[in-house]
Design a protein around this ligand. Structure first.
Ligand code: GTP
Ligand code: MG
Length: 450
């Protein structure tokens, strides 16, 4: 369902990479395109606006991870904000201190309440609970029958009620009694839907809420209805106080706007999504996974994650300072090499990099695992003075270093050349490079990036 949005965002990042250097101007243009892409995906305009503002602010203010290229850094910020927009963490179902926990399933007509009640019962029973279902939809003759059939197919318990119980409140009371007697820990109450939000429906739901004291009031919204789903979720929340949303029909060709805005507009989390008509087409909602899916670029995102894990904040800050003050020594060069190795096999790191971008000059300096080991050995064979001032490394010293590290003078020369190249490269980033002084001080550690 996020295909369109995903395509568009990826195009924005691709263009950004193609620019080589990031400037305030092309960043601005990229943000504009991201905003458009969100709006076209039917994201609520206020949510889109907030999103862009947050990304902008972060791009300006945040310290840049040394190991990320400018574009990667922007992707990281967009990912972080998207996860935040979707609710940050997976929202789990609440349980009552004293079972049974009552979950009310509410929503407009045809949104998927009854189907979702069955799906949720199935999911709960597979996750260590013993739910019982009850339908309090006394208006549509076939409604209660529908849930009974579903329960039978799923082989899960349902409270069918007695002939005397004709009102929602009576059925709910009967279900609670049955749940206590049979030791069920969750009661799922499938309620009636209406075409529109009306007084009668709200009054009935409010009364049920008072009687049942539910720990969850789950609003079932049809993703296909886009912003209308968001609007009614908001309305229900204001009138009834919902605790979460189940978004159904995510398997359809909806643009995704509802999924992306419901949390931000209502303040209530998306808890589950329905992705088909079958009982197992139902999943807990994971903000991070969904953001990942929207952004595509799985490779680049996993690289970003690795970098986040590998580089400590302190080290980053120190490296930044050194780069700014032009103190990047051969020792730092070696440490960066080692860091890079921690990221994993070099081929896979390079494979994750979409292109070499502004650092294509360093293409010839392709490094493999063994070469890193060799480079580290060479630097280790230097004296501290040599490491801190490469200018003093003359011919005699080069011969000594080669001998000490079991390499050749040629290899020592190569390393010094690479180091000099890298310093130059980095200077161009610290100077007028990434968004100039305005966005701060970005620099690349290794000469890979885009
Ligand atoms: N493709 C798809 N269809 C779904 C999904 N969830 C529900 N449906 C379908 O949507 C239709 C309505 O589902 P119901 O569960 O009866 O909806 P309801 O909210 O209980 O409807 P009322 O009780 O009439 O208000 C059915 O045809 C379901 O099969 C879903 O996640 N994906
Ligand atoms: Mg129903």
């Amino acid at each position: 369902m996020f295909d369109n949005l995903s395509d568009k965002l990826q195009r924005v990042f691709k263009n950004l990479r193609g620019e080589g250097k990031l400037s305030a101007e092309n960043m601005e243009a990229a943000l504009k395109e991201i905003r458009l892409a969100l709006l076209e995906a039917d994201v609520h305009f206020k949510v889109a606006k907030q999103f862009i503002e947050a990304v902008k602010e972060k791009a300006m203010g945040q310290e840049v991870l040394t190991a990320l290229s400018p574009t990667q850094h922007v992707v990281k910020i967009v990912r972080d904000e998207m996860v935040k927009m979707l609710g940050q963490h997976q929202a789990r179902l609440r349980t009552a201190n004293e079972p049974p926990s009552v979950y009310m399933i509410v929503g407009l007509q045809g949104s998927g309440k009854t189907t979702s009640t069955g799906k949720l019962a199935r999911w709960l029973s597979k996750n260590g609970h013993s739910p019982i279902m009850v339908s309090v939809d006394v208006y549509r003759p076939a409604a209660r029958k529908q849930l009974s059939i579903l329960a039978r197919d799923l082989k899960l318990p349902i409270y069918e009620g007695t002939p005397e119980e004709t009102k929602p409140a009576e059925l709910a009371r009967g279900a609670r009694k049955e749940a206590v007697q049979t030791g069920r820990d969750v009661i799922l109450v499938d309620t009636a839907g209406r075409l529109h939000i009306d007084e009668e429906l709200m009054t009935e739901l409010t009364e049920l809420k008072e009687q049942l004291n539910p720990v969850e009031i789950l609003f079932v919204a049809d993703a296909m209805t886009g912003q209308d789903a968001v609007k009614s979720a908001d309305e229900f929340h204001k009138r009834l106080g919902i605790t979460g949303v189940i978004l159904t029909k995510m398997d359809g060709d909806a643009r995704g706007g509802a999924a992306l805005s419901i949390r931000a507009v209502t303040g209530q989390p998306l808890k589950f999504v329905g992705v088909g008509e079958k009982p197992d087409a139902f999943e807990p909602f994971h903000p991070d996974r969904v953001a990942q899916r929207i952004l595509g670029m799985g490779d680049m995102l996993s690289l970003i994650e690795k970098v986040e894990e590998t580089y400590g904040q302190k080290e980053q800050e120190e490296m930044q300072r050194k780069l700014i003050e032009d103190e990047f020594s051969l020792g730092d060069f070696r440490d960066q090499m080692k860091q890079l190795r921690k990221l994993g096999p070099l081929e896979s790191i390079l494979g994750m990099m979409p292109q070499l971008g502004p650092l294509k000059d360093l293409k010839n300096a392709k490094i493999d695992e063994k070469e890193i080991t060799r480079l580290v050995a060479i630097v280790d064979s230097m004296t501290t003075r040599e490491r801190n001032n490469h200018m003093i490394i003359n011919g005699a010293r080069r011969r000594r270093i080669a001998k000490g590290s079991g390499t050749s003078v040629q290899e020592v020369n190569n390393l010094l050349k690479q180091y000099a190249q890298m310093r130059k490269m980095m200077k161009s980033f610290t100077g007028g490079g990434f968004l100039g002084k305005k966005l701060g001080k970005l620099k690349l550690p290794m000469g890979f990036g885009s």
